[in-house]
Design a binder for this molecule. Structure first.
Ligand SMILES: C[S@@+](CC[C@H](N)C(=O)[O-])C[C@H]1O[C@@H](n2cnc3c(N)ncnc32)[C@H](O)[C@@H]1O
Length: 286
């Protein structure tokens, strides 16, 4: 297993401008926002930040809190990265309706997907990764428990001009769906999954990463065969090491050959170039 640090470099529509004193300043298209960032323990590069809005955290680290926004900020505004376009908005969950730290994963997947490949995106949320694969000509199955997230993903599909692309948008429980696909004998060229620590399927199915990740990864590996190319697991806000999820990924992919790489995902701060860690990943490829 190889260890690596993935870095989201700034691009036209996104950048981590500065960070420190438990907060971060980011730009999303024309707007700048401040959000809590407990890992930014250092001193910010600039003493004063000018922003169009700020998320003031609640007492609960996982939820609570609210945005204070300039009245100029629209309900949603379009952003782009490469061929994919998506709507940004100030969600009650403190993020902006997509996860910029996934950019190095999008690029890695785009390098591996070929036209006609059947690929699966689990816990796919607003669908940026699905659209990255669709833009490469893949046939995408996108699964998320939230009807609202799927609705937003289809809006992103239209915005990207990929309305005719073969994407199945499924409101389903990720584990139940994958187990059904195993029983049907289905195979995928690549799978990506970004499970939350805790979640619920559309019928109230409880998802707990600590309890169910091993079963889900084993089931995902059963959907791969000797023609498959990749399996990407990312995890955030968990007390888990990249090495632990790499061990699991190596275990389930052993019969397939190939190799596993794992490590931290980070975003480069524009002010000084320092890396802000956001998540961990393990990915198999061949
Ligand atoms: C933070 S998002 C993943 C982010 C996404 N991969 C991206 O890069 O935009 C986690 C998603 O998991 C979904 N989810 C939670 N529990 C689920 C379950 N049991 N089955 C399927 N999706 C679930 C949520 O609706 C949410 O959209």
């Amino acid at each position: 297993m190889a260890l690596a640090t993935l870095v989201t470099e700034p691009w036209a529509d996104f950048g981590l401008v500065d960070s420190g004193h438990g907060r971060k300043l980011e730009r999303y298209g024309p707007w700048r926002f401040i959000r809590p960032e407990p890992q930014a323990m250092w001193v910010p590069a600039a003493p004063d930040w000018h922003a169009d809005g700020e998320f003031i955290g609640g007492s609960d680290a996982e939820g609570g809190g609210r945005w204070t926004l300039s009245p100029k900020i629209p309900g949603a505004w379009p952003l782009a990265r490469g061929p994919v376009k998506f709507w940004a908005s100030n969600t009650p969950f403190r993020h902006l309706a997509f996860f910029p730290d996934m950019a190095p994963q999008w690029d890695w997947i785009a390098d591996r997907v070929a036209p006609g490949d059947e690929v699966l995106n689990l816990f796919g949320y607003t669908g940026v990764a699905s659209l990255v694969m669709a833009a490469k000509g893949a046939r995408v199955t996108h699964v998320d428990a939230s009807k609202k997230a799927i609705g937003a993903a289809t809006e992103n599909q239209k915005l990207s001009g990929l309305g005719a692309a073969p994407i199945r948008w499924l409101v389903d429980d990720a584990l139940k769906f994958v187990e059904r696909e195993v029983r049907r004998g289905r195979r995928y060229a690549g799978i990506i999954l970004d499970p939350p620590k805790y979640g619920r399927g559309p019928k109230g199915e409880v998802w707990e990463l600590d309890e169910k990740l091993a079963a889900l990864m084993a089931a995902c590996a059963a959907l791969l065969d000797d023609r498959s190319k990749f399996l990407v697991l990312t995890a955030y806000a968990v007390r888990m090491s990249a090495i632990a999820i790499a061990n699991l990924t190596e275990e389930v992919t052993r019969p397939l050959g190939g190799s596993v790489e794992a490590g931290e995902m980070t975003i480069r701060e524009e002010a000084r170039g320092l890396l802000l860690p956001t998540a961990i990943f393990a990915r198999w490829s061949r």
